[in-house]
Design a protein around this ligand. Structure first.
Ligand code: PAF
Length: 290
């Protein structure tokens, strides 16, 4: 009998138990296949899908993980409001033919009595780390678990969370986890807004204003390349954002790519990084300067 054709609309296969994931991994590892992982918290958008495509291009097997990690949220409201769209996520992943979507319950990641924290010193004290105490400990802890649970050879992260990418790269090296961390370009909407699961929380009005963050960053980058001072340009950018409707600019910094040190002029490889609140939603973005 001819097998039924696989529907392009079929949802990707979901695995919820670590034991089931391990059983699959054992077969793949026995066959000498490479495993790529794309860690996510769901509410998948084209940015995530671009990470999956990069993983598919490099690896024999690809696992997407979906876990809304309570340890990286600073407030119970933020955790409760985080968008959860599992059925839609599995449907979006179907056409990409990933090998497994690992959606662990909390007990699979943090079993009873769990009391280990992975903490990356130094680079987590600034930017998002300064405004979200404990956030990067939560990220580092869950990412370490996801790397070891999936036994991944390669892991794919977006450059949109630039500081997170640095933290994860550092911990993989420091702990000899045997996984290569791959940073992939930020994917943007047509109006420049960086794709983010949190964009789903923006009201229609706020969605119209949101791309101003990226525009202000582009303008500041131009000013820096023309030899401008970061402090002066930052004040102009912040004023522009406040006029648009942003309420709180947490940071709008020029920082060295190598170690995230604060810079006043773009005289070595640098990134402009920003976090700002718009109508109750925290947006972050970053761009290369020069
Ligand atoms: O970037 C995210 O979605 C999360 O911080 C991550 C890496 C999946 C860890 O929970």
């Amino acid at each position: 009998m001819t097998p039924a054709p696989v529907s392009r609309d079929a949802a990707a296969p979901i695995v919820r138990e670590l034991s089931a994931l391990r059983a699959q991994l054992a077969g793949w590892k026995r066959a000498g296949q490479t495993v790529g992982v794309v860690p996510t918290m769901g509410a998948l958008h084209d940015g995530h899908l671009s990470l999956v495509r990069a993983a598919k291009a490099d690896c024999d097997r690809v696992i997407v993980t979906i876990f809304v990690n309570p340890k990286q949220f600073n407030s119970p409201e933020d955790l409760a409001n985080y968008p959860r769209t599992e059925v839609e996520d599995a449907r979006k992943l179907g056409p990409l033919a990933v090998d497994a979507v690992y959606v662990p319950g909390g007990d699979q990641i943090y079993p009873d009595g769990f009391c280990t924290t992975v903490s990356v010193a130094g680079m987590t004290d600034v930017l998002c780390g300064a405004h979200r105490p404990g956030h990067f400990d939560g990220v580092a802890t869950v990412v370490t678990k996801l790397f070891t649970q999936t036994q991944a050879d390669r892991a794919y992260f977006g450059q949109k969370d630039y500081q997170q990418l640095q933290v994860v790269t550092r911990l993989a090296r420091d702990l000899d986890l045997g996984v290569t961390v791959v940073g992939c370009p930020t994917i943007r909407e047509e109006d420049g807004l960086a794709m983010s699961s949190r964009n789903l929380l923006l009201s229609d009005r706020a969605r119209v204003w949101a791309p101003e963050l990226h525009r202000a960053m582009e303008e500041m980058a131009e000013g820096l390349l023309a030899g401008g001072d970061a402090g002066v340009l930052r004040r102009a950018a912040e004023a522009r954002l406040l006029r648009t409707g942003f309420t709180d600019i947490e940071y709008f910094d020029l920082r060295a790519c190598a170690d995230l040190a604060l810079m006043s002029r773009a005289d070595r490889p640098a990134r402009l990084l920003a976090a700002a609140w718009l109508a109750g939603v925290r947006l972050i973005d970053n761009i290369a300067v020069g």
